[in-house]
Design a protein around this ligand. Structure first.
Ligand code: IPE
Ligand code: IPE
Ligand code: MG
Length: 238
């Protein structure tokens, strides 16, 4: 396998559905929350690899608007984990020059978590090496509903609305669409992730459970991406 540096084409924006923490924990005879902790550690390693590969945008799906339907204990555990790891995340971001960006609704999260997220955004806002999107309390449909509301509240005339304008009201305003969406854990669905932005993304599913996702698996995904032919509705060059 070629190293990513040798690949003809690398994605500018990779978005990852980090799935499989619960099954990983069960396989190891551990509580689900231990799986999530291991998953958070994996996320840190994966960020470092993408920084090393000079990929400017990475977005991680950490908590969906549907994940509220899980038992309260698990939801609380996930929130605690975010709070704990966000501080470490800020140190890593400052060291590596990463700007942290949030996708999702702050509304509905505890004031403590809201503060932690705001602090992460503020402290890292001037970093330019990579933009790391954290999709937390994120839903693709919710994002489109929120954008529609804000367009109406702003009084944007109907004839002025086009795809570019809608894009400016999404959580990803200013961030290019993902070129590659990776989902670990074997499920072949998007689960309400980047509903608008995924229109022409290449999608890569792997059965590897998120806590086991490592540099070798990243290299595999990037190699397969480099072999895909993207046509965007046009025809392949002769
Ligand atoms: C993904 O792992 C993390 C979150 C959705 C928060 P899961 O918790 O969905 O793990 P599985 O799918 O049950 O194995
Ligand atoms: C998707 O995983 C959400 C995140 C990874 C944050 P889920 O485990 O919640 O998705 P479903 O329920 O299998 O579709
Ligand atoms: Mg899951």
């Amino acid at each position: 396998m070629k190293s990513p540096g040798q690949l003809k084409r690398l994605p500018q924006h990779v978005a990852i559905i980090m799935d499989g923490n619960g099954r990983w924990a069960r396989q190891h005879g551990l509580p689900r929350l231990v799986g999530h902790k291991q998953g958070a550690t994996t996320a840190q390693h994966v960020v470092e690899v993408f920084v090393e590969y000079k990929i400017p945008y990475l977005t991680l799906y950490a908590f969906s608007t549907e994940n509220w339907n899980r038992p309260q204990r698990e939801v609380r555990g996930l929130f605690r984990l975010l709070e704990e790891r966000l501080d470490e995340g800020i140190s890593l971001a400052q060291k590596e020059g990463i700007r942290i960006h949030h996708l999702g609704k702050l509304n509905g999260l505890s004031p403590k978590i809201q503060d932690a997220i705001r602090r992460a955004l503020e402290l890292t806002q001037d970093n330019t090496r990579m933009t790391l999107g954290l999709a937390f309390n994120y839903g693709g449909r919710d994002e489109i509903v929120e954008a529609t509301r804000r367009l109406i509240l702003k009084g944007i005339p109907a004839q002025d609305i086009d795809e570019t304008v809608v894009g400016q009201y999404l959580y990803t305003a200013g961030i290019p669409d993902p070129d590659l969406i990776i989902r670990t854990g074997g499920e072949m669905r998007l689960s309400n992730f980047l509903t608008w932005q995924s229109a022409y993304a290449e999608i890569y599913f792997t059965p590897v459970l998120w806590p086991d996702f490592d540099k070798k698996e990243i290299d595999k995904a990037l190699t397969i991406f480099s072999q895909r032919q993207r046509r965007f509705g046009s025809l392949a060059p002769e």
